[in-house]
Ligand binder design. Structure first.
Ligand code: 26Q
Length: 851
């Protein structure tokens, strides 16, 4: 019998059996100790890599090669810990969690690695003698941007927390050759340049040519009768090879070092031979190209679904390779399939990897020979699904035709699962066609479609939203019938972010203050301790240090802005920051319209009145999806407004507007600690959680925002009096939209004045902005106009408080002090205990020197 899959994995991890130990005694004699971490050893490691890995000499030892040499030498130490950890997990065999995410927005790695491994000072000193500052070398590294925004960065924060908390966890994903595009701004418009991030090599990954799997696409399903019944075999089609690339993820001050395994697609050997022997050279080369295409590029859509075949191929390629790997690891030490959910938990980061539910089912059924019910029960106990959005345009629905063609066996199984599922629906709601239609995994209509969210809910034992309010909407608004059917499946897991990257590394000055005033640096792993800073908020000494901290960070950002945007900003002005993907629901438009109003107001003032204006620098950054016309026009409007304001001498001291191009993780690390207020102003009920709101709050920036996503919980922790909350509430949105439709909304006169100025060409050719004004006048789906006056009121409160610096600083301190709940450590503990059923597995290290 021909097996549909040829598994060619051989891994080198695992315990070496004693007999082999004897055979290789020389091997063991030579490798007895870990690399040393004294200055000399580190220097030798760096130089060796410069000489042997990079083949450079001390005569062309520039900053970039110093970075690379350091990175490779850090990587050596990471690999040691990584091996220790994986071997320990193999010996202990705890239940593991596998986090499946199509995106990881890692940013830079060197700083994070030396901080977490507690080797910062050693590397700093080692490099000083070579004439380099470690802190300068961080800047040589290119961001790893294999993600769009919130969802991808969340995966990265979760990986850091899982390792820090010593959970046996693996991240799986795709190794795109091109990450998130690089944004340029020309004539105020966004341009996109491909991000070939691997151009100078990637010291943080380990290519694992010994871990490869074959993935099949297209082909046909053949039914074969056997003594045990009918067997379905998926045959023919195209084969593609998946190669593993591993990135070690060090926990903070622990040996535990987890792994992110990313798959890269390569042509498959067998396939080459067939095609070449068939004599069709050109189509063989084309097919090779097609296979390499699969992991070529990250789709740059955020919160919108794009129904492209290549995207579905990426999804299946990802989960097929991942499940081969997970099943192989399980089979190395287990034979009983019933035990599988006691050893394996799989978390789906949104619906993107949902076809994995069917893939595991197919393996159990067709390859392992399990019965339908038994296999399905194992599958649903294994998977859990996180929903990240309620925007209808983001819900994935793949045409049945496309799945039938690409994954014929999977489509058969989806129909079978749906059939059985609909029987349970009729048991709950007999003869209710409407319920069946709304719950079905298949959406009927001219073009039948598979609703991936429905498949994820049916195929998982747990479904969670990412903030309390969002989880309520998931239950009551997005999937109410599913909630009625499976009330126990639904949970909330409020997002969190890692305080290591977002406080300790991004804001060393604040870290220092915390260490001294809390008398401990343990807040880094136990963020509850940060509450203690509140006790000192009336101490003038702390207030002064806090002010200085903000100024230092603002100076760093001002230098960055001068260098990259050519704009000089005053660090004593209020830094007002709006950084996130550009999307209508996030309402950068509301912000820029209010900036125009501010500008017009200042223009009308007398010199005396102007002296009383709280000076502001309004900072925007963010990328628009390349195909998102309206978002791109918003960028153009922001830049056109900035151009006029920044060149108007009259408002010079009072107002500046900056759009920082090419927003990414490392830019965020500079902007966030320097902000005084941050904008979290989505239409209520649209932002699932938001995570930058948490990062800002940790860094003592005050939120001006709507009661949306995690802002609601931040308000509970921080206190509304320490933020600037405004606008329509979620419960008021439907009514407000109806009011809009009925044309009962009176446009605020200040907003009318703003419109008039745009229309009269104050900010350049008005026809450029006509689509934006039309979107407001005909529909205003995101209710920008109704929130406008409320937003201006909140902005006035901001200006008033800014005039009372000490009160401001006290609120800033309270913000930082109230962020325990928003640490991803808290989030990961909740997932571990309430969804995955896993426990920490601390590596008993043989390396006694480190901690
Ligand atoms: C889907 C199909 C085809 C191509 C692309 C996509 C796609 C890709 C990315 C759809 C959505 C995304 C990203 C969504 C996202 O980032 N959501 C954000 O998740 C954060 C973490 O939970 C939340 O904090 C944000 O509120 C939410 O918008």
């Amino acid at each position: 019998m021909q097996m549909p899959y040829k598994q060619t994995a051989r891994t080198t991890t695992g315990v070496v059996p004693p007999t082999e130990k004897k055979k290789g005694s020389k091997l063991f004699a030579l490798k007895t100790d870990f690399l040393k971490n004294d200055e000399d050893s580190i220097q030798k490691g760096i130089l060796d890599h410069v000489e042997y890995t990079l083949a450079r000499t001390k005569y062309n030892f520039d900053s970039f090669s110093a970075y690379q040499g350091s990175a490779y030498s850090v990587r050596d130490r990471l690999i040691e810990r990584w091996n220790e950890t994986q071997q320990y997990y193999t010996e202990q065999d705890p239940k593991r969690v596998y986090y499946l995410s199509m995106e990881y927005l890692m940013g830079r790695t060197l700083q994070n690695a030396v901080y977490n491994m507690n080797l910062k000072d050693e590397y700093h000193n080692a490099l000083l003698e070579f004439g380099f500052e470690l802190e300068d070398l961080y800047e040589e590294e290119k961001d790893a941007a294999l993600g769009n925004g919130g969802l991808g960065r969340l995966a990265a924060c979760f990986m850091d927390s899982l390792a820090t908390l010593k959970y046996p966890a693996w991240g799986y994903g795709l190794r795109y050759n091109y990450g998130m595009f690089e944004q340029g701004i020309y004539d105020g418009y966004q341009t996109e340049v491909p991000d070939y991030w691997l151009v100078a090599g990637n010291p943080w990954e380990i290519e694992r040519l010994d871990v490869q799997y074959t993935v099949r696409f297209y082909g046909q399903v053949v039914e074969r009768k056997t003594s045990e019944g009918v067997r379905h075999e998926w045959e023919g089609g195209e084969l593609v090879q998946a190669i593993a690339y591993d990135t070690p993820v060090p926990g903070y001050h622990t040996t535990n070092t987890n792994n992110i395994r990313l798959w890269s697609s390569k042509p498959h050997k067998e396939f080459d031979l067939e095609a070449f022997n068939g004599g069709n050279y050109l189509s063989a080369v084309e097919a090779k190209q097609r296979s390499e295409n699969i992991t070529s590029v990250l789709y740059p859509n955020d919160n919108t679904y794009s129904g492209k075949e290549l995207r579905l191929k990426q999804q299946y390629f990802f989960v097929a390779a991942t499940l081969c790997d997970i099943v192989r690891r399980y089979k190395k030490s287990h034979t009983d399939w019933k035990e599988f959910p006691n050893k394996v938990a799989v978390q789906l980061n949104d619906t993107h990897p949902t076809i994995g539910v069917i893939e595991l089912f197919r393996k159990l059924l067709d390859e392992e020979g399990l019965a339908w019910d038994e296999a399905w029960s194992i599958v649903t106990k294994t998977f859990a699904y996180t929903n990240h959005t309620i925007l209808p345009e983001a819900l994935e629905m793949w045409p049945v035709k496309l799945i039938e063609d690409l994954l014929p066996r999977h489509m058969q199984l989806i129909y079978g699962i749906n059939h059985r599922f609909l029987i349970t629906v009729t048991q709950k709601w007999p003869d209710n066609i409407e319920k069946m239609r709304s719950l079905s995994i298949i959406q009927e209509g001219e073009e039948k479609k598979v609703r991936m969210a429905h498949l994820a809910i049916v195929g998982s034992h747990c479904v969670n939203g990412v903030a309390a309010m969002h989880s309520d909407l998931v239950k009551h608004k997005v999937f109410p019938d599913f909630f009625a059917l499976f009330p126990d499946k639904f949970q909330n897991k409020t997002n969190g972010v890692t305080p290591r990257r977002w406080i300790q590394q991004a804001n060393p000055t604040l870290s220092n203050i915390l260490n001294r005033w809390l008398n401990t640096d343990k807040w880094v792993i136990d963020l509850e301790l940060i509450k203690g800073i509140k006790e000192h908020m009336d101490n003038p000494q702390l207030i002064e240090e806090w002010k200085q901290m903000k100024l230092i960070n603002k100076q760093r950002l001002a230098d960055f802005i001068l260098e990259h945007c050519g704009i000089k900003v005053n660090i004593n002005a209020l830094f007002d920051v709006h950084i996130k993907r550009i999307h209508e629901y996030k309402r950068q438009l509301l912000n820029i319209l209010s900036v125009i109003h501010r500008y017009l107001t200042i223009k009308k003032m007398s010199p005396e009145e102007r002296r009383n204006v709280a000076p502001r620098v309004v900072i925007f950054a963010g990328k628009a999806a390349p195909g998102y016309f309206m978002a791109k026009r918003h960028i153009k409007l922001i830049n056109s407004v900035a151009e006029v304001i920044n060149n108007d001498k009259e408002v010079d001291e009072h107002l500046k507007v900056v759009f920082i191009a090419n927003y990414n993780v490392s830019v965020a690390q500079v902007i966030i600690p320097a902000s005084d207020i941050n904008q979290q102003i989505s239409t209520a009920g649209t932002e699932a959680s938001g995570t930058s709101n948490m990062k800002f709050t940790m860094n003592g920036s005050l939120i001006i925002g709507t009661l949306d996503g995690a802002n609601v919980e931040i308000a509970e922790e921080v206190g509304q009096e320490n933020m600037f909350i405004f606008g329509l509430r979620t419960s008021e949105i439907d009514k407000a939209r109806e009011k809009m439709k009925a044309k009962e909304v009176v446009v605020d006169s200040r907003l009318q004045e703003v419109f008039l100025n745009i229309e009269l060409g104050t900010f350049g050719a008005p026809e450029v902005f006509k689509p934006i004004l039309d979107s407001l006048n005909y529909g205003d789906f995101y209710l920008t106009m109704q929130d406008f006056p409320l937003y201006l009121d909140a902005q006035e409160e901001v200006d008033n408080l800014w005039k009372r610096p000490d009160d401001w600083i006290r609120k800033s301190i309270i913000n930082t002090a109230s962020t325990y709940f928003f640490s991803s450590d808290r989030a990961m503990k909740e997932y571990a205990q309430q969804i995955w059923g896993i426990e920490p597995c601390e590596v008993e290290t043989t390396d006694y020197r480190r901690y």
